[in-house]
Design a binder for this molecule. Structure first.
Ligand SMILES: [Zn+2]
Length: 96
C-alpha cells in the first residue's frame, strides 16, 4: 500500500502522511510542520521554494515532475507558480 502526500501529492509514500512521517518529496514533517501550518499553506511554501525534491537520501523517481503531481492532486497553479516550476507544458502527458 502506498500513500499520497497531502501537501505535495507525491503518490509513493510508504506510510500515511501523519505521525512523524517526513515526505521525501516536499520535506513536510507530519504532526510537526502541519501543527503550525495547514497543508495548503505548506504546499504554497514548497511551491514558493521552487517545488524541489527534498530528500538527499531518497532519490526522486525517474521523470519526476512536481507539476504533474500537483495537477494530479487537483491543484490549480497561478501563472507565477507555473513559472516557478519551470516549463511544465513540456513534461505533461495527458492520458485521458
Ligand atoms: Zn510531500
Amino acid at each position: 500500500m502506498k500513500y499520497t502526500c497531502t501537501v505535495c501529492g507525491f503518490p509513493e509514500l510508504a506510510l500515511p502522511p501523519e505521525r512523524d512521517m517526513i515526505c521525501p518529496c516536499c520535506g513536510t514533517h507530519f504532526a510537526y510542520h502541519d501543527s503550525y501550518y495547514s497543508h495548503s499553506e505548506l504546499r504554497e511554501q514548497w511551491i514558493e521554494r521552487g517545488a524541489k525534491w527534498h530528500s538527499k537520501r531518497t532519490a526522486a523517481p525517474p521523470h519526476w515532475s512536481a507539476y504533474q503531481q500537483l495537477i494530479r492532486l487537483g491543484i490549480v497553479l497561478t501563472p507565477e507558480e507555473e513559472k516557478l516550476l519551470g516549463n511544465p507544458a513540456t513534461v505533461i502527458t495527458y492520458t485521458a
